[in-house]
Ligand binder design. Structure first.
Ligand SMILES: Cc1cc2nc3c(=O)[nH]c(=O)nc-3n(C[C@H](O)[C@H](O)[C@H](O)COP(=O)(O)OP(=O)(O)OC[C@H]3O[C@@H](n4cnc5c(N)ncnc54)[C@H](O)[C@@H]3O)c2cc1C
Length: 302
């Protein structure tokens, strides 16, 4: 099958992009790694593709005001290897799981977040870190928190005449540790289930936040601090990873029951996804906690 006919424009400024997006049926083309298959299968029939890749200011990544700012055409692979992005360890943990190297070379971080596939890694990272999405139209810019951005499967708060110009990820602070894991049928496939974790440990104790993906129509975020504290009460203050993981297990089963609301599909039943989430949550919350209290310990992932 071939795409339905469409017009193609490649403006050189954000202003011109926004003017084009104001036309009926126009659609942003970023890396094309999700949009082009959609067009080829005729699941979408935009009248005009607005290619944003010739706009220099959209290809910027910088670290300012405690945030990593990732522009609309910054490739996933750039973020995976750029030194500035090391300040957001959760992104670095997640990116190797996104498709294959060739896809990450073209696919953009903003494109993945705008596309909002329920099984995608980067929307879960944005949710876990409560990243800020900056969307711009001819009328001006607005900022949307991750908790309000993802509204359903492939569905976000961005309206057709808007461009996601930038995502701002908070830079990791001292006392924070991160975990990320997923299960897919083959490496590079979309996840059957996955979890992104941030633990922040201060003198007041640990706070833990998870975002699960592949298990609902959008990433599901929970504060699991009480469960982590209860597990630490059982293990004592200096647990090893496997001991803490075991202590978290019963809590993780209850968390999985709460967050998995997808039905089964050709790849996995809902019950199987619950088992996957329980295992992933207990393992990666434990890892993230240990990283938050022992940041430089050998053999423990960040
Ligand atoms: C074989 C294969 C395997 C893959 N595996 C994975 C995987 O495991 N995990 C994963 O997360 N992804 C996977 N992907 C998808 C990949 O990550 C895409 O790059 C990403 O989802 C979309 O980014 P893009 O820049 O290519 O966007 P495009 O394909 O250009 O656009 C995708 C959608 O987002 C919109 N859009 C893009 N940028 C913006 C913007 N700045 N503002 C507003 N709207 C915008 C477009 O209009 C379109 O609707 C896979 C893709 C392929 C082909």
């Amino acid at each position: 099958m071939k795409p339905a006919p469409f017009a193609y424009v490649r403006p050189g400024t954000t202003e011109d992009v926004l003017a084009e997006l104001g036309r009926d049926g126009a659609k942003v083309l970023a890396g094309g790694q999700s949009l082009v298959p959609v067009l080829a299968m005729r699941l979408g029939r935009p009248s005009t593709l607005v290619d944003i890749n010739a706009v220099p200011e959209l290809n910027r990544m910088s670290r300012t005001d405690g945030h990593l700012r990732v522009g609309a055409t910054v490739r996933q692979r750039q973020v995976q290897y750029d030194d500035a992005a090391a300040a957001v360890p959760l992104l670095r943990l997640a990116l190797p799981w996104v498709g294959h190297r060739e896809i990450r070379s073209r696919g953009t971080v903003c494109g993945s977040i705008a596309h909002a596939d329920p099984s995608a890694e980067l929307p879960a990272v944005a949710s876990c870190l409560d990243a800020t999405m900056v969307v711009t139209s001819a009328g001006g810019a607005r900022e949307i928190s991750a908790s309000e951005f993802f509204t359903g499967a492939m569905s976000t708060a961005v309206v057709p005449e808007e461009l996601l110009t930038e995502v701002r990820f908070p830079v990791a602070a001292d006392g924070e540790g991160f975990g990320f894991g997923e299960i897919a049928r083959r490496h590079g496939d979309f996840a059957l289930a996955g979890v992104a974790v941030r633990v922040r440990t201060t003198t007041a104790g640990p706070e833990a936040r998870i975002s699960c993906f592949g298990i609902s129509d959008h990433p599901v975020t929970r504060d699991v601090s009480p469960q982590l504290r209860a597990a630490l009460d059982a293990t004592g203050a200096e647990p090893d990873g496997s001991g803490l993981g075991r202590a978290l297990r019963d809590h993780a089963v209850a968390i999985a029951d709460d967050v998995v609301d997808t039905g089964g599909d050709a790849h996995a039943s809902a019950a199987y996804r619950r088992q996957l989430v329980a295992g992933l949550v207990s393992r990666h919350v434990a890892r993230a906690y240990l990283k938050s209290v022992r940041p430089n310990r050998e053999g423990e992932s960040s």
